[in-house]
Ligand binder design. Structure first.
Ligand SMILES: [Fe+2]
Length: 369
């Protein structure tokens, strides 16, 4: 498989992965594939020599907590198969979690107690508690038995081997609160390899995004000007205006950017990083073309570093300089043009003396036709 990662590149792992892939390719259902893999998996668990000590070591800073380490041994280039060791120190236990993939899980070292849960009417119900000894393994085919937690019961650290049909450490799955049954987004990560950044997704802003967007806009103002005077009520009123497109950028479900495009071609952008800003600008440009606009207009001050960098990178041309707030007119040099009413989106300009310099915004336009 192209871009496959044999992090632990030893013959035993290569041979086992090849056998597992051959079994998966020659069967039509997960249960059938797991049955075909059983003998090779049993042999892997029975062989005491192939897993180096480093892959049996606890990890103090892991995503699982409790020193629990998830060490990647192999993953396919298309994220459809992975092999990893899960190291749980004595008395430590994992959060209750799911896997969202089928495969085989077995114990290589030590002993564990496993609790299996089911979601019933929004709550978690403990359906089974069982001891797991060295060499024991089971087939996991979600949704059955997919929610569990394990605890080490031996004096030595336990090590379990997982063969699962996703990139388990890097996918967003769930951990669960035992009391409320509430599911939370959970990505365990691996101790020894990084996960690629989740992709940025753009969608229309929804009412439930309001607080996140408000925080993003305040954060952007604060970063540029040291404070924000954006009022929640004012933003809420703006959100009622028709003829404005509003989109949010999300990563793993979290709102990380916001953009709006008004009927006057005005663009507002707030994001935490360049990748998100670029994705938002692309989305807004697409929408602008659909609306028949031939320009986009952004009010940009140099102090808003991410936005200033974005418009420079994207080839916006500086069209004119405007003074940001009418209140500053008294302090402005003769002849300084004022921004048209309604174009002022820069918050936090409360100190006229400072703002004399900060507030000379570049009104940049960009031909998009
Ligand atoms: Fe697990």
């Amino acid at each position: 498989m192209e871009n496959a990662e044999f992090v632990l590149d030893v013959p035993v792992v290569r041979t086992f992965v090849a056998e597992a892939q051959a079994a998966i390719a020659s069967t039509r259902a997960p249960a059938e594939a797991c049955d075909a893999i059983r003998p090779a998996f049993a042999a892997l668990l029975a062989d005491p020599d192939w897993l180096p000590a480093g892959y049996r070591a606890p990890a103090p800073e892991s995503g699982m907590g409790g020193g629990i380490g998830q060490w990647l041994l192999y993953r396919s280039g298309d994220a459809s198969l992975c092999l990893f060791s899960l190291v749980v120190p004595p008395d430590a236990e994992t959060p209750i979690h799911d896997h969202l993939a089928w495969g085989l899980v077995g114990l290589y070292q030590g002993a564990q107690e496993e609790e299996i849960y089911a979601r019933r009417n929004g709550t978690l119900e403990l359906v089974e508690r069982r001891g797991v000894e060295r060499g024991d393994f089971y087939v996991l085919i979600p949704p059955d038995d997919d929610i569990h937690r394990v605890r080490t019961t031996s004096a030595e650290t336990s090590v379990s081997i997982h063969l699962l049909t996703n990139d388990t450490g890097c996918v967003w799955r769930h951990s669960f609160d035992v009391e409320s049954g509430e599911a939370r987004p959970f990505r365990s990560g691996y101790v020894n390899v990084a996960c690629a950044d989740p992709t940025v997704e753009i969608r229309t802003a929804m009412p439930e995004d309001f607080e996140s967007v408000y925080e993003l806009l305040c954060a952007r103002s604060a970063a540029a000007f040291g404070s924000s005077e954006l009022q929640r009520e004012n933003l809420a009123l703006e959100w009622q205006l028709a003829n404005t497109d509003r989109v949010v950028a999300t990563k793993s479900g979290e709102v990380v950017g916001y953009a709006e495009l008004s009927g006057a071609h005005d663009l507002v952008l707030a994001a935490r990083d360049d990748e998100v800003n670029d994705a938002l600008l692309n989305a807004v440009e697409r929408r602008a073309r659909e609306r028949g606009f031939d320009t986009l207009v952004a009010m940009v001050v140099p102090e808003d570093v991410p936005l200033h960098a974005l418009v420079s990178r994207a080839g916006f041309a500086q069209h004119s300089e405007v003074l940001c707030t009418p209140e500053l007119a008294a302090h402005a040099p003769a002849g300084t043009p004022l921004a048209p009413a309604g174009m002022i989106t820069v918050a936090g300009l409360h100190d006229p003396v400072e703002v004399m310099f900060v507030g000379t915004a570049a009104d940049r336009t960009r031909k998009i036709s």
